[in-house]
Design a protein around this ligand. Structure first.
Ligand code: TPP
Ligand code: MG
Length: 577
């Protein structure tokens, strides 16, 4: 049988490091999947919803650095990929989507399941190629792979079934992916930066995901400048652990001394971060410098005194010899002390946890953190799980924390954990999920995990509400609406699906239940944890409008006859402070 375009594609993808393809087959993809079967080197992961597959691919690509394939077939199967591809774009994951396309003779005829890939994927993909002629295939596939890997984001190969099954052109088809380039600002700009730093009495650092490979350089810089180091959620896992300068996160889920440090310093260094919440960044008195590989990030969240295009690691390494050491530790000590005080406050939830029913999510998360292994990978659903992960899951040199931090989609955690489990078999992969998130996507694919005996630990925060939005609505001064629902017993549902199920209602059982879940080796385990739906988190800095909104909402709720809810909100949170 002559080698066809689909054979060529898998050969190229495999040589570029693709080990798995997540998706659902059908019509246009049948020749594609037949070629994958014959190739034998790419694991096809049949998921029950294409979107689930993309979230799995995002985590796999993000943590392995290898490109990962996903597939969906013409029209509806393709549209299911979209939310996950947006996530790949925002989180920076090399995901290559193989989109089944209608036969080439039907293109632009409004055929059944026809979808214009250029229009449809425009918002998500860094590159979209439609292969309408076998002669194009090599160039399109090459560009899709190279762009995904180097620009770290999703690309799309739209492939009509008839073209996939056509004879491939002969010749060499390897994809040559270069090693990471050394990318730093010009000498003159580095000198400017060094002058700003040397002239400043106090410096604060705020780092993001761009510090992933720059931990040593950033810590050396902090040491030399006696600078407190704050971080975004995406920067936390690279910068917080074993860092004597760490002062926590800022933003609505912030904690520690970072908010005050970045507002009180003479100079703020924003390193590899596109932190989107401008109201938590300083304006006015603080001088600001931003360093990022992406020029679009420079100055878009806050006005800058200096913006530099470059990789944080290479730039800081080149900067270090140019700056003078600072010896005054007063500024640093002040913000480290604030961080310790906030830590103590958070500790109250944990200490009192065993005696409080319903279970406090803070206690659940902190206990999980204490019991999990040193190389555990934690994934949080968008929702309150993010708050508890940010505050109570401790990082470490080999621990990993991930979520839909920049796209903020619900229902990411379990598929993320599945992708990580396939990439790192046997390692603890833990999904802290909302009950809204779990029922949105994870539940339907639980049989996939059972079938593969994938060791994903699901911890469901069963609060029978879209609690994050419940809190959001109150902060904005609304009476909560559309946020409550009823759940089945998820442990029993899980058991019925062939997974291990653990129902957790008693605070005194938290330790034992989590220990049992973490030790389970035969496949997925679902811990259905009934938690306090009234748990509130106070950020280290409360913006005035949030406090005002909350007061207004509580007043409206009293007027609407929901006095009981108001009392519970106050009583259950005040007793812990
Ligand atoms: C796909 C999607 N739909 C809606 C939202 C808006 N949203 C953000 S958090 C959230 C609530 C999540 O509820 P749940 O998963 O139960 O977590 P909880 O906050 O209750 O812990 C919603 C609706 C979103 N981010 N993504
Ligand atoms: Mg919920």
């Amino acid at each position: 049988m002559a080698r066809n375009v689909a054979d060529l594609m898998w050969e190229m993808l495999q040589k570029a490091g693709v080990k798995r393809c997540y998706g659902i087959v059908g019509d246009a993809l049948n020749p594609v999947i037949d070629a994958l079967r014959r190739n034998g080197n790419v694991d096809f992961v049949h998921v029950r919803n294409e979107e689930y597959g993309v979230f799995a691919a995002v985590a796999e690509a993000y943590f392995t650095g290898n490109p990962v394939a996903v597939c969906g077939t013409a029209g509806p199967g393709v549209t299911h990929l979209f939310n996950g591809l947006m996530d790949a774009r925002k989180e920076g994951a090399a995901v290559i989507a193989i989109a089944g396309d209608v036969e080439s003779k039907l293109i632009d005829t409004a055929a059944l399941e026809e979808l214009n890939p250029y229009k449809f994927f425009d918002a998500a993909a860094l590159y979209i190629g439609r292969v309408v002629n076998p002669e194009q295939a090599r160039a399109v596939i090459n560009t899709a792979v190279t762009t995904a890997v180097i620009d770290r984001g999703p690309t799309v190969i739209s492939l009509p079934g008839d073209v996939a099954a056509s004879k491939a052109p002969d010749g060499m088809h390897t994809v040559a992916i270069p090693a990471k380039a050394v990318f730093r600002p010009a000498e003159a700009d580095l000198e400017k930066l060094a002058r700003l730093i040397n002239d400043a009495k106090t410096v604060a650092i705020f780092g993001g995901d761009g510090c992933r490979d720059a931990r040593n350089e950033v810590l050396t810089l902090a040491n030399k400048l006696k600078a407190p180091v704050g971080y975004s959620f995406r920067g936390k896992q690279w910068l917080e652990h074993d860092n004597p300068y760490a002062t926590g996160m800022t933003g609505l889920i912030g904690y520690g001394g970072t908010y005050n440090a970045i507002h009180g310093a003479d100079l703020l260094l924003l390193l590899g971060t596109d932190f989107p919440f401008s109201e938590f960044l300083p304006n006015g008195n603080v001088k600001k410098v931003q360093i990022d590989t992406n020029p679009k990030h420079l100055g878009r969240r806050t006005a800058l005194d200096l913006g530099l295009v470059g990789d944080v690691q290479a730039t800081v390494a080149a900067l270090l010899p140019k700056i003078r050491e600072k010896n005054d530790t007063t500024f640093l000590e002040k913000h480290l002390a604030q961080t310790r005080e906030f830590d103590e406050l958070l500790g109250h939830y944990v200490e009192k946890g065993p005696g409080i029913k319903p279970i406090r999510p803070e206690y659940l998360a902190a206990t999980l953190s204490a019991l999990a292994s040193d190389d555990a990978m934690f994934f949080a659903d968008t929702g309150t799980a993010c708050i508890w992960m940010a505050r109570h899951i401790k990082g470490g040199a080999n621990r990993r924390l991930f979520g839909s931090f920049s796209w903020a989609s619900m229902a990411n955690a379990v598929p993320n954990a599945f992708g990580a489990q396939l990439a790192f078999p046997g390692r603890q992969t833990i999904a802290l999920c909302g009950d809204g998130g779990f029922t949105m996507l994870a539940l339907g694919d639980l049989p996939t995990l059972v079938q593969r005996k994938a060791r994903v630990v699901h911890i469901i925060l069963n609060n029978e509400s879209l609690d994050f939005v419940n809190i959001e609505q109150q902060e904005a001064g609304f009476v909560p609406f559309g946020v409550n629902f009823k759940n089945p017993n998820f442990a029993r549902v899980a058991e019925a699906m062939g997974a291990k199920g653990i129902r957790l209602e008693e605070p005194g059982d938290v330790k034992d239940a989590l220990t049992e879940a973490l030790a389970y080796k035969d496949g997925p385990v679902v811990v259905d944890a009934v938690v306090d739906p009234y748990a509130l988190s106070l950020p280290s800095h409360v913006p005035f409008h949030a406090a005002e909104g909350y007061t207004l909402s509580l007043a409206k709720q009293v007027l609407a006859g929901r006095f009981d809810d108001v009392i519970k909100t106050i009583e259950r949170n005040v007793r812990l402070v």
